[in-house]
Design a binder for this molecule. Structure first.
Ligand code: Z5A
Ligand code: MG
Length: 213
């Protein structure tokens, strides 16, 4: 039976280096001649993504439930493309995914279970790498930006919810969840990330799982 591509998600707090590390990972996969595609959530290019972009830039206001559902819908828009890529043997690397959706909305006070519901049965990653950084260290990396949520207190709550999600994923058998200390030099972090990804990226034999099913 031919192997499918691996589904790798990179999560983390603001300024933890997700975009830096997903780009480095892509180059590494390409150097190893492993077909790979980089996706990013929110994908701000779609019609739904444009509404999310406007909300994040505080150019529009939306009810907390409504924006949560839009973030999830933005993932469902791409779910079948993810499945097709994986089936064709392409490794998919994703900069944020459903875990960010839960972490941010639950940190605003929405019930955890409610936050999880719209993402149930999305493709589940084979590996989620959480780039862990203290809010203090993240702030030292040029400070927080202009968008909503880029505030120290919010980031602290988000980190706690991510911790809960990681523990649940680890206990559920739904793929692997690893914590990586992202407070170190970029190359050192990239090397550790590669250590977790390398074997999976050679191809996965089992079927793709679905989130929380
Ligand atoms: N959100 C949500 O609410 N619900 C959802 O379902 C989803 C998202 C998917 C926008 O996300 C917001 O959407 C986000 C969560 C919410 N709100 N917040 N916070 P985004 O992904 O578009 O934006 P972001 O990820 O928060 O910010 P970012 O700036 O893109 O962070 P990053 O990608 O983790 O970091 P980076 O760009 O790679 O690096 C940041 C800086 O640090 C940069 O200058 C780098 O050169 C530097 N850097 C990176 N690594 C290092 C190391 N190792 N040492 C020193 N300096 C470093
Ligand atoms: Mg980023």
């Amino acid at each position: 039976m031919s192997k499918r591509g691996a589904f790798i998600v990179i999560e983390g707090l603001d300024r933890s280096g997700k975009s830096t590390q997903t780009a480095l990972l892509l180059s590494r996969l390409e150097s190893a001649r492993i077909p790979a595609k980089l996706l990013k959530f929110p994908d701000r290019t779609t019609a739904i993504g444009k509404m999310i972009d406007s909300y994040l830039k505080s150019q529009s206001d939306l009810d907390d439930h409504a924006i949560h559902l839009l973030f999830s819908a933005n993932r469902w828009e791409l779910a079948s493309s993810i499945e097709h890529l994986l089936a064709a043997g392409t490794t998919v690397v994703c900069d944020r995914y459903a875990f960010s959706g839960i972490a941010f909305s639950a940190s605003k006070g929405l019930p955890y279970e409610w936050c999880r519901a719209p993402d149930v049965s999305l493709p589940a990653p084979d590996l989620a790498v959480f780039l862990d950084i203290t809010p203090e260290a993240a702030k030292a990396r040029g400070g927080y930006g202009e968008e909503r949520y880029e505030k120290e207190e919010m980031q602290r709550r988000v980190r706690e919810v991510f911790r809960r999600i990681g523990e649940e994923i680890k206990g559920s058998g739904l793929g692997a969840w690893v914590w990586v200390d992202a407070g170190r030099e970029k190359g050192v972090v990239a090397e550790e990330v590669w250590g977790h990804v390398e074997l999976l990226a050679r191809g996965v034999e089992g079927p793709l799982c679905r989130l929380w099913t």
